[in-house]
Design a protein around this ligand. Structure first.
Ligand code: NAP
Length: 295
């Protein structure tokens, strides 16, 4: 069996077009969704992520308030900016780009964000709501994975999902979303990590394998049952002398070999990646609707 490749770019483009149309409708009612972006320092990767978020907002018609702060910004300055955004009615979502410089207490900053504007879904209040199955902001990458599955026609209900990785931003929230007793969830979930004994024994039993380990070739063809769905969250730089930059991007899955056994598979790049910013836009629009009393 050769797997069908899930086109994350196309699914993200469809969702962004839906959001753009929704933003236009909201604007007709005088509501302009707004996202406050905060970047501290000059980390090249963070700068490019923030630029991509700004561009995405612009394309969707979402107002963005971009704040670039110097690398030596103090805790007080940053907390002051978060407080200003908490009180700004034009801003429905606040995103503090991580990682923050060493002098900043990251947990304190994230805790200061008004949970009603926590579009990254990392505030303990958002995490608690997600675990309890209550309405709230879902973290963008795991929510993007769920959307990719559903929009590719994968039945999650009753499926055995094996997640490789237990981080707070991908593995743990994903497991929580998939076990919820609700439509589009109801999966049986196994979460694996570096202390898991015999990882392959678990992945071979999975209807859906989700790799979020941050290591190339963590999931190989012998670890997959025939016809399984394989989602690759990993983004790794692999040395490649044939490339101008000297590296190429690879996921956690041995794509070419696993593709011959799976029924559906995501590529890297072009799989989960494009969904993350899309879900940030989604959360910002939802937040604007909530602030306007529409939800
Ligand atoms: P992380 O915080 O480093 O967590 C990695 C997890 O994988 C840990 O729980 C670790 O186990 C587990 N793990 C690592 N190697 C393993 C192995 N050989 N066998 C079993 N488990 C293993 O990483 P993350 O932040 O969750 O990110 C994971 C990957 O997704 C990274 O490549 C990251 O770049 C990518 N990512 C992509 C997006 C996107 O938008 N596409 C967004 C976020 C992350 P322990 O807990 O035991 O250490």
């Amino acid at each position: 069996m050769t797997a069908q490749v899930i086109d994350g770019k196309a699914i993200a483009a469809t969702m962004r077009a839906e959001l753009k149309a929704e933003v236009e409708t909201l604007k007709d009612r005088g509501i302009v969704p707004g996202l406050g972006l905060i970047l501290v320092g000059d980390d090249a990767a963070s700068q490019s992520y923030v630029r991509a978020k700004e561009r995405a907002c612009e394309e969707a018609g979402i107002y963005s308030d971009d704040n670039r702060l110097a690398a030596d910004t103090s805790q007080d300055e940053l907390m002051g900016l978060v407080e200003r955004m908490n009180g700004d009615p034009k801003i429905h979502g606040i995103l503090v780009q991580l990682p923050l410089p060493k002098q900043i207490n990251e947990a304190e900053v994230l805790l200061a964000i008004d949970p009603a504007k926590d579009v990254d879904g990392f505030h303990p209040v958002s995490v608690g709501r997600m675990v309890l199955g209550q309405a709230g902001f879902l973290p963008c990458t795991p929510h993007g994975v769920v959307q990719l599955l559903l929009r590719s026609g994968v039945t999650i209900e009753g499926a055995h999902v094996v997640i490789v990785g237990r981080s707070n931003i991908v593995g743990k929230p994903l497991a929580n979303m998939l076990i919820q007793k609700k439509e589009g969830a109801n999966a049986t979930v196994t979460v694996c990590h570096t202390r898991t004994k015999d990882l392959a024994r678990h992945t071979r039993q999975a209807d859906i394998v989700i790799a979020a380990a941050g290591r190339p070739n963590t999931v190989t063809a012998d670890m997959i049952k025939d016809g399984a769905v394989v989602i690759d969250v990993g983004v790794n730089r692999v040395e490649d002398a044939t490339k101008k930059k000297g590296y190429r991007l690879a996921g956690d899955v041995d794509f070419e070999a696993v593709r011959e056994k799976a029924s559906l598979i995501t590529p890297v790049p072009g799989g989960v990646g494009p969904m993350t910013i899309t879900m940030l836009l989604y959360n910002t629009v939802e937040s604007a609707k909530m602030a306007a009393g529409m939800l």
